[in-house]
Ligand binder design. Structure first.
Ligand SMILES: CC(C)(COP(=O)(O)OP(=O)(O)OC[C@H]1O[C@@H](n2cnc3c(N)ncnc32)[C@H](O)[C@@H]1OP(=O)(O)O)[C@@H](O)C(=O)NCCC(=O)NCCS
Length: 194
């Protein structure tokens, strides 16, 4: 598998920055373009609920822009591990969207990578994602179940590889385990079908 962590960026003037209030419509447009109208509207609403959800805090919302035009978005929300051996600051990555006209140019990877850097600097130790098992391992994620992290809702065994984790500080995985509890707005089985 190709390692995308240092992928060059062919998109001119690509910038990743924290999202601001006035990006809301542009983020919605990217999400709907990326996921299609029906699923996109659900995901747009999920983002709105997560941003307003106190249990999702602290959260990190980043946009990728090219010439000041939003072409990608990523959201990380707070998560916690039930009955951990110690408190482990954790986040959940969801959702990630890149406008179809800008896909396969490393923008998703850049959003993931910069997001992880922000979270590492903020003291987060673990990041979880439920997503494409062919995609997220390019950016450092690996199956979480085998490492002792149970998803908020059960993942069918045939999709167990879609539940992934990455440590942001060395030596966390292997010393902590438990069920991952997500923000309230994500705490619905419909968001846990991969
Ligand atoms: C998934 C998504 C965010 C990737 O963004 P991107 O900027 O196109 O991705 P990158 O440029 O960082 O990476 C491209 C690589 O990932 C691969 N890839 C893209 N989507 C993939 C998927 N769903 N499953 C597996 N691999 C995928 C590409 O084939 C490419 O691989 P290659 O370079 O080895 O040929 C984007 O395609 C998207 O918004 N999709 C629709 C929404 C979605 O599915 N979001 C993720 C929810 S978990």
């Amino acid at each position: 598998m190709r390692d995308h962590s240092d992928q060059g960026l062919p998109v001119l003037n690509l910038r990743v920055r924290k999202a601001v209030e006035s990006d809301q419509q542009a983020i919605s447009d990217v999400v709907i373009a990326a996921f299609g109208r029906v699923q996109g509207q659900e995901i747009r609403d999920l983002i709105t609920h997560l941003v307003a959800d106190p249990s999702a805090q602290p959260l990190l919302s980043l946009v990728a822009t090219t010439d000041d035009h939003v072409v990608g978005h990523i959201l990380f929300t707070n998560a916690r591990i039930k009955n951990p051996q110690r408190m482990v600051p954790s986040a959940l990555l969801a959702p990630l969207s890149v406008h179809p006209e800008y896909q396969n140019q490393g923008i998703g990877g850049r959003l993931i990578k910069e997001g992880l850097e922000y979270l590492r600097a903020a003291g987060f130790e673990l990041v979880f994602v439920l997503g494409h098992p062919g995609y997220y391992p390019k950016y450092g994620f690996s199956p979480a179940g085998a490492k002792g992290f149970e998803a908020t809702y059960p993942i069918p065994p045939e999709n167990s590889c879609a539940w992934m984790v990455q440590e942001l500080q060395p030596g966390v995985i292997g010393h902590v385990s438990g069920k991952v509890i997500c923000a309230d707005a994500l705490n619905d089985p419909k968001h846990w079908q991969e």
